[in-house]
Design a protein around this ligand. Structure first.
Ligand code: DUC
Ligand code: ZN
Ligand code: ZN
Length: 483
């Protein structure tokens, strides 16, 4: 009888800290041993010439999100999982959204039911859009203790955004129950005002999406989110940082000991506002919020990554098709930019684009790539060391990565349900050859073979990284009072 279920031989193991030649042995879905001469496996994979990476952890992607008017995102847990596995991601954190005026429980039960079809392991961020007493004092503690240990708030978007008082209540609730708060930072009123002015001037095409929300609008909201988190002494992560000015706000707060982390996404490295200025409705394919900026901003983001200010790269995968009637053109191809759904697909392209632009282009090391895409998100969201690393006892979520393979991105290769990718035709260096989830080979040479329902819900227990610092202004802990 074989010693192990699977042995991967001859590869180069890359973790957040190290790069070394070793074989990796897997038993019962976990990594059992790393070294040489490990003994036999029921299955052996030759990883000669390949990197052995931890499976990707995508801590920000929208899958099958329910719409207030009925229906859900086109990307389902099955198709989203397929794209994730095709692209080397084995764990996702997606969203359960509250509808304004409703509680959390019924919607969360529906998300959990839908997610049972997943083929990747998964958790949720709970979106709070209505900070009622019942939500803040009863439902949030219940949901957090059920293992959903992160909340998400929007400082813009109708009908999602929270005013500052409501945001403070969410921060205080998270502090009381031990959850991280993630924040979409843009100033709601400033966007509304500029949008009204642009539309009044007849400037309606997709390119004006970027004009409606310049960087200062993101910077102001980031500064405010950090200040309010500092007031409560509640750790936060700033989502999808688009430019260095915003990263600088985060760096300043980090330097004074605030527990704030910053995330960015591949679209901010490779897209720009100019992409939205393509003829006709084509620019809608590139519309996401915050808006992509320009080449200089992208290079500034790489600097922020190298300095460690931004330490997670997620996809912010969003499920709006281009040709489908429920996607980008839901309000017609002549709809003003204000009425075109925001977001770009990116679950399957996240790792190839980041590897190509980052590692192959010499901007970051392979270890930094692993930190950004697997280890840091797993740590920040309480999944480490089960997820996000290669070590004995960790789940055997692995990617055998071909660092030299040149590929042209096409929508078909990405295997999501969305009918386009903003990266169509882009050449990349580096591509996943095999994806392994808990010891099972679930993707080989682009063919995903996993059973719907084989993904697992990841219950997240309390973890020290997100404990408050204990420093509150005047020593007065307002979060102790249920206000
Ligand atoms: N921005 C978001 O905040 N969410 C989804 C899509 C987007 O562009
Ligand atoms: Zn957002
Ligand atoms: Zn998002």
């Amino acid at each position: 009888m074989a010693d192990y279920d699977l042995v991967i031989t001859g590869g180069t193991v890359v973790t957040a800290a190290d790069t070394y030649r070793a074989d990796v042995a897997v038993r019962d879905g976990r990594i059992a041993a790393i070294g040489f001469g490990l003994g036999g496996g029921a299955t052996t994979l030759d990883a000669g010439g390949l990197l052995v990476l931890p499976g990707g952890v995508d801590s920000h992607c929208h899958i099958e999100q329910l719409h207030p008017g009925g229906g859900a995102d086109e990307e389902t847990f099955v198709t989203g999982s397929r794209s994730a596995l095709a692209g080397g991601t084995t764990t996702v954190i997606t969203f359960a959204a509250q509808f304004k005026g409703h509680g959390l429980g019924a919607a969360l039960a529906e998300y959990r039911r839908r997610a049972e079809a997943a083929m990747v392991d998964y958790s949720f961020h709970q979106i709070i859009t209505d900070a009622s007493d019942d939500v803040i004092f009863r439902e949030v503690p219940e949901i957090v203790s059920s293992g959903i240990r992160s909340l998400k708030v929007f400082l813009t978007y109708d009908p999602l955004h929270l005013d500052d008082r409501s945001f403070l209540r969410v921060l205080a609730a998270a502090r009381r129950c031990g959850a991280l708060v993630t924040v979409h930072c843009e100033n709601y009123d400033a966007i509304g005002w500029r949008t009204a002015a642009l539309l009044a001037d007849g400037r309606t095409s997709p390119k004006y999406h970027a004009w409606s929300r310049p960087a200062v609008i993101e910077r102001e909201a980031t500064y405010r989110a950090i200040a309010l988190a500092e007031l409560v002494d509640q750790p936060i992560q700033i989502f999808h940082v688009s430019c260095p000015e915003v990263a600088d706000e985060i760096a300043r707060a980090q330097a004074r000991g605030v527990k704030v982390w910053g995330e960015t996404c591949p679209q901010y490295f490779v897209l720009s506002a100019a992409d939205m200025d393509r003829p006709g409705f084509e620019g809608a394919k590139y519309m996401c919020s915050p808006s992509p900026r320009d080449r200089q901003a992208s290079e500034g983001l790489w600097d922020a990554v190298r300095r460690g200010t931004l330490d997670v790269v997620s996809s912010d995968h969003s499920g709006w098709g281009f040709e489908t009637p429920v996607g980008k053109r839901v309000n017609g191809v002549d709809a003003p930019f204000r009425d075109i759904p925001n977001g770009v697909p990116g679950l399957g392209s996240r790792l190839p684009i980041l590897f190509s632009e980052g590692v192959a282009a010499g901007r970051i090391s392979a270890n930094t790539f692993v930190q950004l895409t697997a280890t840091n998100p797993a740590k920040l969201f309480g999944l480490y060391p089960t997820k996000g690393t290669i070590a004995p006892g960790a789940d055997a979520d692995l990617v055998l990565w071909d660092p030299a393979r040149q590929t042209t991105i096409t929508n078909a290769r990405l295997q999501h349900v969305i009918d386009y990718t903003p990266y169509e035709g882009r050449q990349v260096t580096g591509w996943p050859a095999i994806t392994i989830r808990r010891g099972e080979i679930v993707m080989r040479d682009g063919v995903v073979e996993a059973a719907p329902g084989s993904g697992r819900f990841l219950r997240r227990e309390p973890y020290p990284l997100i404990a408050p610092t204990g420093r509150v202004p005047d020593g007065f802990d307002a979060s102790a009072f249920l206000v």
